[in-house]
Design a binder for this molecule. Structure first.
Ligand SMILES: NC(=O)c1ccc[n+]([C@@H]2O[C@H](COP(=O)([O-])OP(=O)(O)OC[C@H]3O[C@@H](n4cnc5c(N)ncnc54)[C@H](OP(=O)(O)O)[C@@H]3O)[C@@H](O)[C@H]2O)c1
Length: 229
């Protein structure tokens, strides 16, 4: 079976579809024939004709519930949660409450409400959920407490959800990248060799591969994606 055949006729929801990795996941899914639902905060200036867009602020539980309701108007064969936020470099004592709350919301509470809204439809289709966590949460450094804590919560949620999905035919797994080779990281860390980082292209390919039939036995895995680090 070719890669395109695997996705033809399947409907996939991508959250964070305008981000670095999320846009690559979206593009690759479309190229392989999937019907893609992009759950985004900002309207596209020139949306592709084959893209279904769910526009939402994704800023509080009611807005996420409504976005999930819209996304679940059709079957859901795969869910990719590529949204996320990073703020680091400040100690626990120096981290402002709004930064802490922003990280907790974006990296932990938003994904929780997404699963609450979309696990049911995924179960019905024996679907695949793939979330993006962070390796930093498994080995947190000074100045990363809020970020690491928020991603660790996501990792824990994935493991719990895997137990809840056991026997349903649906799966949930997470990819835990170290540092992604993005323009933001190149600017922030000009002295580091970016070839050591994780290629966003390959990370997107990995995300899709976890949603293919060959990965149907993978359940609750937190997969370290280190690159050369
Ligand atoms: N970059 C790294 O080095 C690195 C390392 C480890 C893990 N990760 C994780 O890998 C994933 C992909 O990263 P990336 O580099 O593609 O990130 P990115 O380019 O910064 O994209 C992040 C996406 O998340 C969305 N987002 C941010 N805050 C949100 C909120 N409060 N509600 C809803 N959506 C929100 C953004 O939406 P808008 O487009 O509307 O802003 C954007 O689409 C993320 O989960 C990230 O945490 C990244």
């Amino acid at each position: 079976m070719s890669q395109a055949d695997t996705w033809h006729g399947r409907r996939a929801v991508v959250v964070g579809a305008q981000g670095g990795v999320g846009s690559l996941i979206t593009q690759k899914l479309r190229e392989r024939g999937a019907h893609v639902v992009a759950m985004v905060r900002k309207a596209y200036t020139d949306p592709a004709a084959d893209l279904e867009v769910v526009l939402s602020p994704l800023a509080d539980p009611p807005s996420v519930v409504e976005a999930c309701r819209q996304a679940a108007q059709g079957p859901i064969d795969a869910l990719f949660v590529a949204s996320g936020a990073y703020v680091g470099g400040t100690s626990i004592e120096a981290t402002p409450p709004d930064v802490f709350e922003h990280l907790l919301w974006t990296n932990a509470r938003l994904p929780y409400y997404l699963l609450q809204g979309l696990l049911g439809p995924l179960r019905e289709r024996r679907g695949r959920a793939v979330l993006i966590g962070a390796l930093a949460a498994e080995d947190p450094r000074a100045g990363q407490a809020a970020y690491a804590m928020s991603k660790a919560a996501l990792h824990s949620m994935v493991r719990s959800a895997a137990r809840e999905l056991q026997g349903s035919g649906a799966t949930i797994n997470a990819l835990l990248p170290s540092v992604i080779d993005s323009s933001e990281n190149r600017e922030a860390m000009p002295k580091t060799d970016p070839s050591l980082w994780v290629s966003p292209e390959r990370l997107a390919d990995l995300a899709l591969s976890l949603a293919e039939s060959s990965a149907s036995d993978l359940q609750g895995a937190l997969i370290a994606v280190r690159g050369g680090l």
